[in-house]
Design a protein around this ligand. Structure first.
Ligand code: AHG
Ligand code: MN
Ligand code: MN
Ligand code: MN
Length: 334
């Protein structure tokens, strides 16, 4: 039985791991937790309030924005503006970064890249959705933060996490010293430690990929899917196919049970679909901190040099032995 500890207590306790820390990162994580509770309140009663359906505009991704995309984006940006620890936010829902230049943020040194609402296609049908965040420390000194401060390699993240609004609402995050999960107790309005030191099993029997795109996959990906479906008791195959269509929900399940999540390059998405800065990088940081692997099929996602805010990357993430296996099939393509 995990001892009772709230997210706030845990953050403060772990602050001791960072001798230089003066509480700013702790306060930033607190601010994100507050916004997550506000978004959770709307997600949980979405069918009863006017928060479902389309917002009637298209975002920079060319996606029709859902009302909850816009609502979540507003709540997280407001929490970061009011918290004073963040100097600039890069959001999926905004073409350009949002500079937070205010009296209380004048010394802020953290940058947040965020997917405010992940899994938008599932909102209106009551399927789990999420929020994904990635935190960097600015490199530049003085003046306003630059795009160079934002476009840092994933290996430079100081923290990353996600919220999954599912059968229960959980916040899972890492600051580079392991991965811990907190479940929201609605009766007290607190995220409480429920999954300490999460480790992803080295191998699993779940593969997650949108097989509707099968004909657009490369030969190596097609061969790996066939490998997953073959009968072989010694390697517990055939595996189980599980694909929710919300990255956070698919990743959370595979993180806990073992498995692999794949969104590869396809004929229509030559760089894959998922965005590097606020989907692939934060999830890769968490997966690696839990003992798993996260690559684009060839290189570590965290080593990728970003060049654009909304750039996409292929991703193969999860149990280390399963990522190794699919990479063998990809190399056979060469
Ligand atoms: P978002 O809702 O933030 O735009 O992200 C959607 C992403 C991700 O959540 C999911 O894994 C993927 O889109 C599903 O894509 P397909 O519907 O093409 O399978
Ligand atoms: Mn979207
Ligand atoms: Mn997303
Ligand atoms: Mn989104």
């Amino acid at each position: 039985m995990t001892i009772f500890k709230t997210l706030g207590q845990f953050i403060i306790e772990k602050q001791a791991d960072f001798p230089y820390a003066k509480g700013e990162l702790s306060r930033l994580l607190r601010d994100i937790g507050i916004a997550a509770k506000v978004v959770n309140r709307e997600v949980n009663k979405a069918g009863l309030v006017d928060i479902l359906g389309d917002a009637g505009q298209v975002n920079v991704q060319g996606e029709g924005q859902k009302k909850l995309d816009v609502y979540a984006d507003e709540q997280f940006i407001k929490a970061l503006q009011n918290g004073g620890e963040c100097c600039v936010v890069a959001s999926e829902e905004h073409e350009f970064p949002i500079d937070i230049d205010s009296e209380i943020s004048k010394n802020a040194k953290y940058i947040v890249c965020i997917d405010p609402l992940d899994g938008s296609s599932n909102i209106d049908v009551n399927v789990s959705v999420g929020t994904i965040f990635s935190i960097y420390r600015r490199d530049s000194i003085g003046g306003r933060p630059t795009m160079g401060d934002i476009l840092q390699k994933g290996s430079k993240q100081v923290a990353a996490g996600y919220v999954v609004y599912g059968s229960s609402t959980m916040l899972v995050y890492t600051t580079g010293k392991g991965v811990n999960g907190f479940t929201l107790d609605p009766s007290i309005g607190e995220f409480c430690l429920s999954h300490p030191s999460i480790k992803v099993p080295a191998r699993g029997t779940i593969y997650s990929i949108n097989e509707g795109n099968y004909r657009k996959f490369s030969s190596g990906v097609k061969k790996y899917i066939k490998y997953c479906e073959e009968e072989d008791a010694a390697t517990n195959r055939p595996y189980t196919s599980r694909y929710i269509g919300s990255l956070v929900a698919d990743i959370h399940r595979n993180l806990l049970l073992g498995g692999i999540f794949i969104y590869p390059a396809t004929l229509t998405h030559p760089n894959g679909k998922l965005r590097l800065m606020y989907e692939c990088n934060p999830i890769a940081f968490i997966i690696e901190q839990a003992g798993g692997k996260a690559t684009d099929g060839r290189q570590r996602i965290l080593d990728m040099e970003p060049t654009a805010l909304h750039q996409r990357s292929a991703c193969f993430m999860g149990s280390s032995e399963m990522v190794d296996k699919v990479e063998q099939f990809l190399r056979s393509e060469d």
